[in-house]
Design a protein around this ligand. Structure first.
Ligand SMILES: Cc1cc2nc3c(=O)[nH]c(=O)nc-3n(C[C@H](O)[C@H](O)[C@H](O)COP(=O)(O)OP(=O)(O)OC[C@H]3O[C@@H](n4cnc5c(N)ncnc54)[C@H](O)[C@@H]3O)c2cc1C
Length: 551
C-alpha cells in the first residue's frame, strides 16, 4: 500500500487509539494507519493480571517525571505513562470504573461539552463492554472489552467491607451502576484471568484486515499543516529513519494526556509565546494546548498484618513458584489478581454532590514504585481526592522531539485540594482501625500513629504522595469561541481542518474515578463523530483560522 493511500492516520495506539483503529477500519473501503511509538505486548507480564506490580517500575513506559512540585516541597514525582501497544490499558491496574453520572452532566452543562452528558455517553460505555456479571440498564454483554469480577479475593477484603460498614459506609456491588458510593470489589478489565487491554480486545481480533496498517516503534514527531489543514505526519522509526505519511481525510491524535499536547506543541500548535520561547515556529496559536492538566494525587496508609493475609509472601521464590503453578493449572491465585481489586468511593466533604474520595485496597505493601514495603506482610489503603481544582501544564523543554516534556500537575496549588486529600487520608486510617480488620491488621506503620496533626500529615504527604496515573484535560473539549478550548464537542481541533484529538486529554475535568474506561468511551464516541454517525457540532472555524493566519 502506498503511504498516500491512507484515509485516516491515528497517532498513538493506546487505550483510545486501538478502539479507533478497530471502529474506523470496520469498513473495508476505509484505509487506516495506526502509529505507535512503543513496541508489541508479547511479554507475558502484560497479560498476567499481577504483572501490574512491575508496570510502574518501568516496563512499557516513557520514563517521565514531573517537574519539582512547589506545594510538595519541590519533590519530583515519577510519572509513568505507557509506551506500548494498548497504552495505559496494557500496563494499568485493570480497575474498571467510569466515574459519577454528574461528572458527565457537568461536562455538558458547565464545560460546554454538548453531547457528552451521562445520557449521551452511557451507550458508548455499554458498547465497549463484555461484562461477565452485569447485563442491565448500565452494562452490556458482548462488546470487545472483557470486564470481570476478581477471581481470587482474599478474606481481608471481606473484613475491609465490614470495617466500612462499622463506619457507616455501605457495601456496593457495582460502582458503575445505580450508585457510586460504598466499598466493594472493583470490576476489572480482564477476561478468563487475563488482562483485556484494548490491544487484546479491539486490535488483535482484526489484525488481519487488509485495510488496516499498524506500525509499532514509530514515533510521530510532527503534524504537517498546509493551508490550515493537517495533511500528513512526520514519523521517526527506531532506526532514526524519518518519513512523511499523508492522510486523505483526517489525522487523529490519541497520544494520551501528555503525548497529545506534546505532539501538538512540537508541531507549532499551541500557545504562541511558549512556542517562540523554545524556538518552535508557530503554526497555529491555541492557548489551551497543554493547559488545564489535572491528575489524582494518591496518599496511602500502610499497615503491618498479623500474618500472611496479603500477597507479600509471594515475593519469596518458593511461594512465587506455587503461585505460578496455581495460575497455570487453575487460572486462580495471586497471579490472577491485579493486587488492587477492592476499593470504593466515599466522602471527605459530606456535602459534596457525589463521593469525592476513592479508595484502593492494595493486597500487599510496596506494590508500586515509590511505595514502602513492610518487612513482614503488609496491606495498603490508598486514598485520592477525586475532583481537584488545581490546574497544571504540559510544556516542551526544547524543540527536540526526543526531549522529555515538562509535566507540571501543580498538585495542591489550590489549598482546598490539600485539605480534602488529608481528610481522605484520615478516612483511610479510620477504616483500617475498625474492629472488623483487627484480626488481620497489627498496626499502622505509615504515616504511623505518631503523626496526628494536619501539619504532620501534610509533611508525610509531601514525602510520599504519588500520582494515580490519571492525567487529563490538556486538549479540553469546549465551545469553539472559548479561548481555552482545544477541541469542539465533536473533537475537531479548533482552527484547523483535518485534525482531531480523541483520548484522555479531551476530558474537560477529571471523572471521579480511574480514567481507562472513560478514555475508551471517548474513542468509541469519537469513531461515530468521525464516521458521520452523529450530528456534526460545528465550530466557527473561519474566525479561528483568520486569527491564526495573522501570526
Ligand atoms: C501505571 C498506570 C496504572 C493505571 N491504572 C488504571 C486503572 O487501574 N484503571 C483505570 O481506569 N485507569 C488506570 N490508569 C489510567 C488509564 O490507563 C489511562 O487514563 C488511559 O490508558 C489513557 O488512555 P489514552 O488513550 O488517553 O492514552 P494512552 O493509553 O496512554 O495511549 C497513548 C499512546 O500513544 C503513544 N504515543 C504517545 N506519543 C506518541 C507519538 N508521538 N507517536 C506515536 N505514539 C505515541 C503512547 O506510546 C501510548 O501507547 C493507569 C495508568 C497507568 C499509567
Amino acid at each position: 500500500m502506498r503511504d498516500l493511500d491512507y484515509h485516516y492516520i491515528i497517532v498513538g495506539g493506546g487505550s483510545a487509539g486501538c478502539v479507533l483503529a478497530n471502529r474506523l477500519s470496520a469498513d473495508p473501503a476505509v484505509r487506516v494507519l495506526l502509529l505507535e511509538a512503543g513496541g508489541n505486548d508479547r511479554h507475558p507480564l502484560y497479560h498476567l493480571p499481577a504483572g501490574f506490580a512491575k508496570m510502574t517500575k518501568g516496563i512499557g513506559s516513557w520514563g517521565w517525571s514531573t517537574v519539582p512540585q512547589r506545594q510538595l516541597k519541590g519533590r519530583v514525582l515519577r510519572f509513568t505513562q505507557a509506551k506500548v501497544i494498548g497504552g495505559g490499558s496494557t500496563i494499568n491496574a485493570q480497575i474498571y470504573t467510569r466515574g459519577n453520572a454528574a461528572d458527565y452532566d457537568e461536562w455538558a452543562r458547565a464545560c460546554g461539552a454538548s453531547g457528552w452528558s451521562y445520557r449521551d455517553v452511557l451507550p458508548y460505555f455499554k458498547r465497549a463492554e463484555n461484562n461477565q456479571r452485569f447485563a442491565n440498564e448500565y452494562h452490556s454483554y458482548g462488546g470487545p472489552l472483557g470486564v470481570s469480577n476478581p477471581i481470587s479475593p482474599l478474606p481481608i477484603c471481606e473484613a475491609y467491607f465490614q470495617a466500612g460498614q462499622q463506619l457507616g459506609i455501605p457495601f456496593n456491588p457495582d460502582f458503575n451502576g445505580e450508585r457510586q458510593d460504598g466499598l466493594g470489589y472493583y470490576q476489572l478489565t480482564q477476561l478468563d484471568a487475563r488482562r483485556s487491554s484494548t490491544a487484546v480486545a479491539y486490535l488483535d481480533p482484526i489484525r488481519a484486515r487488509a485495510n488496516l496498517t499498524v506500525r509499532l516503534r514509530t514515533q510521530t514527531t510532527r503534524i504537517v499543516v498546509e493551508q490550515g489543514r493537517a495533511v500528513a505526519v512526520e514519523v521517526a522509526a527506531e532506526s532514526g529513519a524519518v518519513s512523511t505519511l499523508r492522510a486523505q481525510r483526517e489525522v487523529i491524535l490519541a497520544c494520551g494526556a501528555i503525548g497529545s499536547p506534546r505532539l501538538l506543541l512540537q508541531s507549532g500548535i499551541g500557545p504562541a509565546d511558549h512556542l517562540r520561547s523554545i524556538g518552535v515556529p508557530v503554526v497555529h496559536d491555541l492557548r489551551g494546548v497543554g493547559a488545564n492538566l489535572q491528575d489524582h494525587l494518591d496518599l496511602f496508609v500502610i499497615a503491618e498484618c498479623t500474618g500472611d493475609h496479603t500477597y507479600d509472601k509471594y515475593n519469596l521464590p518458593h511461594h512465587a513458584a506455587w503461585a505460578a503453578l496455581q495460575y497455570l493449572l487453575f487460572r486462580r491465585g495471586p497471579v490472577a489478581s491485579s493486587l488492587f481489586e477492592t476499593g470504593g468511593f466515599w466522602y471527605a466533604d459530606r456535602n459534596a454532590r457525589s463521593p469525592d474520595i476513592q479508595l484502593h485496597l492494595g493486597l500487599g505493601s510496596g506494590i508500586e514504585a515509590g511505595v514502602a514495603r513492610m518487612k513482614h506482610g503488609g496491606v495498603t489503603l490508598n486514598s485520592a481526592y477525586l475532583r481537584p481544582r488545581s490546574r497544571g501544564t504540559v510544556r516542551l523543554a526544547s524543540a527536540d522531539p526526543r526531549a522529555a516534556p515538562l509535566i507540571d500537575p501543580n498538585y495542591w496549588a489550590e489549598p482546598s485540594d490539600r485539605e480534602l486529600a488529608i481528610a481522605g487520608l484520615r478516612l483511610a486510617r479510620e477504616i483500617m482501625r475498625q474492629p472488623a480488620l483487627q484480626r488481620f491488621v497489627l498496626g499502622e506503620r505509615l504515616p504511623g500513629p505518631a503523626l496526628q496533626s494536619d501539619a504532620e500529615l501534610v509533611e508525610y504527604a509531601c514525602a510520599h504522595a504519588k500520582t494515580d496515573h490519571h492525567p487529563v484535560g490538556t486538549c479540553r473539549i469546549g465551545p469553539a469561541d472559548d479561548p481555552d478550548s482545544v477541541v469542539t464537542p465533536d473533537l475537531r481541533l479548533i482552527g484547523l481542518d483535518g485534525l482531531r484529538v480523541a483520548d484522555a486529554s479531551v476530558m474537560p475535568t477529571l471523572p471521579s474515578s480511574n480514567t481507562n474506561a472513560p478514555a475508551i468511551m471517548i474513542a468509541e464516541k469519537a469513531a461515530d463523530h468521525i464516521l458521520g454517525l452523529l450530528p456534526a457540532i460545528h465550530a466557527p472555524l473561519d474566525e479561528a483560522r483568520e486569527a491564526s493566519a495573522m501570526l
